[in-house]
Design a protein around this ligand. Structure first.
Ligand SMILES: Cc1cc2nc3c(=O)[nH]c(=O)nc-3n(C[C@H](O)[C@H](O)[C@H](O)COP(=O)(O)OP(=O)(O)OC[C@H]3O[C@@H](n4cnc5c(N)ncnc54)[C@H](O)[C@@H]3O)c2cc1C
Length: 463
């Protein structure tokens, strides 16, 4: 509980309407898209970087933890207030500061939705490449916090490859500028450090982003396979042949059926697996590349290929993929998304192991993922009201992460560590590795108030 005098100070800084303390409001900020919960003491909605700075200084003076929050769509518990304190929502920081077409840059505030950035750029014939499936609602601050990926990141790279500059409020309240419109800022790459730091090193209040021209032509194909393994083989073969499509997204039968029930995207419900392969770039090159891809898919056992003939058909194929997580609600009320990344050649083996894990733990698993990046998203479906089932789901999720690490992969491709993957960090890193990361955290946040208990597992003493 915060003292009334502190709440009054917060109201002075951001305005009375922008401090929420009613139980009904607090309840709405207790969760994100993961399975974890945490109750903040107050929600604060600053409207400028200066206000963020003053709130953070007050938090430091009173030793109150604070957690930055965009749209709370992250899937690892990153935006929950584990130790209570202040929830700093970026909802009001949602302006476009500048669109600079000659230099191919856009400057935005962190609370803007990814899709609104795309909409602002479209009239100029430009786009911002990273496109998480949640782009309709996820914010640019959250995308930076998690170093988000998306279907088009196979060809264009993830968030970190497109963020050139950041304005950050440090945990001591100081406002600093990192990077900017120009390339190659001298000194340490602190922009790189902040991207993916999950709000544990400070709060981003402004972003300078690289933008690119929209492609001249796009070709979207739906390729149908008789098994998940054969689809995995096709992905591995396409990349091995030196072809980098804009996207290579895979879905299995469980997911296809859920999508058709909820969204009607036109996927064949009897297919064991489908791939959405999208090519973008110059018109001239596309037929040749599509032909090569079809040959490789045929060789891997593809049963059928459909090429979208109209923009409407293309949008419909993508609506299915982007709506896949929500669609599984038609099968079970809850899901946990695992987010391992493996070398692409390991995809067929790892997919087989994932389905074995499902059998061993008696849980239902669907697969929908950025296959071209080797970024798996096994969705474990369950009912959160059944505690025994929840325990099995958590064990199965950990087992899947172990499978990914054993295959030479990682415990998260794009959804971050948050609180959910703290155990997983120990699967990947030695004590010395983790200590080096803890030093970085200490340098920026010696009081440990910025989104505490995230990313780094507690030391044995603290545990
Ligand atoms: C249906 C669905 C589909 C998804 N698809 C994808 C996908 O394709 N690719 C992908 O990568 N992810 C995906 N996600 C996960 C999620 O949408 C992303 O992680 C997204 O970037 C989170 O944005 P957000 O605004 O919701 O951030 P939040 O969840 O609010 O926050 C995420 C993290 O960033 C920190 N943070 C937020 N704002 C700031 C700030 N201004 N400064 C510093 N730290 C900050 C938070 O403290 C937290 O640690 C999906 C989620 C859902 C529910």
């Amino acid at each position: 509980m915060l003292q009334q005098s502190i709440i009054a100070e917060l109201r002075d800084i951001v305005g009375a309407a922008n401090v929420l303390t009613n139980p009904e409001d607090i309840f709405l900020y207790e969760y994100d898209a993961s399975m974890d919960f945490g109750t903040p003491d107050a929600i604060v909605l600053p409207g400028t970087a200066q206000e963020v700075s003053e709130v953070v200084k007050l938090a430091g003076r009173e030793n109150i933890p604070f957690t930055a929050r965009g749209a709370a769509t992250n899937l690892s518990g990153g935006a929950i207030a584990v130790r209570g304190g202040l929830m700093l929502s970026t909802t009001r920081l949602n302006r476009i500061v500048e669109i600079d077409i000659p230099n191919q840059r856009i400057i935005v505030e962190p609370g803007i939705f990814n899709l609104d950035v795309q909409k602002a750029l479209a009239p100029y014939g430009y786009l911002y490449a990273p496109d998480p499936a949640s782009q309709k609602v996820s914010t640019m601050g959250g995308n930076v916090g998690e170093n988000s990926g998306g279907p088009h990141c196979l060809k264009y790279g993830v968030t970190t490859n497109h963020v050139l500059g950041l304005e950050v409020v440090l945990p001591n309240g100081e406002i600093i500028e990192l990077g900017g419109k120009a390339l190659d800022t001298p000194g340490y790459d602190l922009v790189g450090l902040f991207v993916g730091s999950e709000g544990t090193l400070g709060i981003v209040t402004r972003l300078t982003l690289r933008i690119i021209r929209q492609p001249e032509a796009i070709k979207t194909m739906l390729v149908v396979f008789p098994s998940l393994e054969s689809a995995g083989q096709a992905v591995s073969d396409i990349i091995a042949a030196g072809i980098i499509p804009a996207t290579l997204e895979m879905m299995d039968n469980l997911i296809i059926r859920a999508i058709e029930k909820a969204i009607c995207a036109g996927y064949p419900v009897d297919a064991e697996a489908v791939l959405i392969v999208e090519l973008d770039g110059l018109r001239d090159d596309q037929d040749r590349m599509a032909g090569e891809i079809m040959q490789l898919c045929d060789r891997a056992g593809a049963q059928n290929v459909r090429i979208a003939q109209t923009q409407q058909e293309r949008d419909q194929l993508w609506a299915g993929r982007r709506g896949a997580f929500g669609a599984v609600g038609s099968i079970r009320p809850n899901y946990l998304v695992c987010d391992g990344t493996v070398p692409r050649t390991m995809l067929p083996d790892v997919l087989r192991r994932v389905s074995q894990v499902g059998e061993e733990y008696g849980v239902l698993i669907g697969n929908v993922f950025h296959a071209g990046d080797g970024n798996l998203h096994p969705l474990i479906l369950f009912d959160a009201r059944n505690e025994e089932e929840v325990a099995r789901v958590r064990e199965a999720a950990l087992e899947i992460l172990k499978v990914c690490v054993e295959a030479g992969g990682t415990i998260t491709g794009e959804h971050g560590v948050g609180v959910e993957k703290l155990v997983g960090m120990k699967l990947m890193f030695s004590d010395a590795d983790l200590q080096a990361m803890a030093w970085v955290k200490d340098v920026f946040d010696p009081q440990g108030l910025a989104n505490p208990d995230k990313v780094l597992p507690p030391t044995p003493e603290a545990a």
